[in-house]
Design a protein around this ligand. Structure first.
Ligand code: NAD
Ligand code: TDX
Length: 334
């Protein structure tokens, strides 16, 4: 029977809400969101959705009773919910263990019990980092070498899902994606922080020397890749998602400054992140050749320009988070 109803965890967060909007536009699926509405979740990111195809439950993915009830009435669970910010994981790792490990455990137990298809959203950070001049990129066969409390808990959650596939026949797929950018991303993250700093007349802040490299993908391309895996991915498989968007942090900030009519060197270098991963890079050949996926945003600079426009037009959405986020960073010397 074709899929009709899905449960999206973390659907009020950055990537989850973009995925929900994408599903509304590109499918006829009914979506139930389960989200705790932590500091990172916002109901405003889900406004305007049709009530005939969408419902929302505020709750914790560690709540086994709630998770069991919601899982029993859907055909698939798409699991985005997580504590997602590396800097926070260095200040206070505990919520990362609770949500990323125990939350994932709670969900896969329910999916196993009800025989529900499960898709686990993960990150390229589970593979550690690469040297700047290394020709190699991450593939599905790369060794797990997480370096931060955040990436260690994401790696652990991937391992739980793999074990449940092998030991219990869980009908799961996993995707590991590179750094996302686009609308509705919290101002604690690199690109929105620098865009909103520039809009506030504050100089962007680069950690260390700004030489670290991230492999940027537009969040809409992440959504289309996840839908492709849900529809055509092979159960038990892992797919890496990336759009060949490698840029140093310095290059990104220089571009953001130019897009806003400022000198490209009008930034400050601040304290580095402890254990800061140097470079991530994804080889997404498996997803492209096996499932025929291609990204729509192949030009990072125009995707970035669109994102700047979105933050300019949506100050009401990000403004309430800005001061509290910056005061947290000030306490960390960032
Ligand atoms: P986010 O922090 O913006 O959103 C996380 C959402 O999960 C929030 O709405 C929050 O309220 C919710 N949540 C947190 N704890 C919860 C709990 N215990 N129960 C229920 N809901 C809870 O994160 P994001 O950037 O959208 O990331 C989503 C997923 O994608 C995560 O699994 C992350 O590891 C993964 N990922 C992110 C990126 C990226 O660049 N942001 C890249 C690759 C993978
Ligand atoms: O102010 C800043 N200055 C700066 O130079 C901030 C906030 C970040 N940085 C650097 C650190 C990283 O090299 O920018 C890069 C990107 O930083 P983040 O936005 O914090 O992302 P990162 O640590 O790379 O992790 C992100 O991508 C992978 C997401 O937060 C994770 O959830 C995802 O798994």
């Amino acid at each position: 029977m074709a899929m009709q109803r899905i449960l999206v965890t973390g659907g009020a967060g950055f990537i989850g809400c973009n995925f929900v909007h994408f599903i509304m536009e590109h499918t006829s699926l009914h979506v139930t969101v389960l989200d705790k509405l932590t500091y990172a979740g916002s109901m405003e990111s889900l406004s305007g959705l049709p009530s005939s195809r969408f419902d929302f439950h505020k709750g914790d993915i560690c709540d086994a009773g709630l998770v069991d009830t919601l899982t029993s009435s859907v055909d698939a669970v798409i699991h985005f919910a997580a504590e997602s910010h590396n800097d926070n994981s260095l200040e206070d790792p505990r919520p990362f263990l609770d949500t990323n490990l125990m939350g994932t455990f709670t969900l896969i137990e329910a999916a196993r019990k009800h025989g529900t298809r499960f898709h686990h959203i993960s990150t390229d950070e589970v593979y550690g980092d690469l040297a700047l001049d290394e020709p190699r990129k991450f593939t599905e066969d790369s060794v797990y070498r997480p370096t931060s409390p955040y990436s260690a808990t994401k790696a652990g959650s991937d391992m739980l899902v793999r074990a449940w596939v092998r030991s219990f026949g869980l009908k799961a797929t996993i995707s590991n994606c590179s750094n996302n950018y686009g609308p509705f991303q919290h101002v604690e993250k690199f690109i929105p922080r620098q865009i909103t700093n520039i809009l506030d007349g504050v100089r962007p802040r680069l950690y260390g020397q700004g030489l670290n490299v991230r492999d940027w993908i537009h969040v809409e391309d992440h959504s289309s890749a996840v839908l492709t895996i849900l529809e055509r991915g092979r159960v038990g498989e892992t797919y890496l998602i990336g759009a060949d968007g490698e840029r140093s942090n310095r290059e990104v900030v220089e571009k953001l400054l130019s897009l806003n009519g400022q000198r490209p060197d009008a930034y400050d270098l601040v304290n580095d992140r402890p254990g800061h991963d140097l470079r991530y890079a994804i080889d997404s050949s498996k997803l492209r050749s096996e499932l025929g996926w291609t990204p729509r945003f192949s030009d990072f600079d125009s995707g970035l320009a669109e994102t700047v426009k979105w933050y300019k037009a949506n100050e009401d959405w990000w403004r309430p988070q800005k001061a509290v986020t910056e005061s947290k960073y000030a306490g960390q010397g960032h």
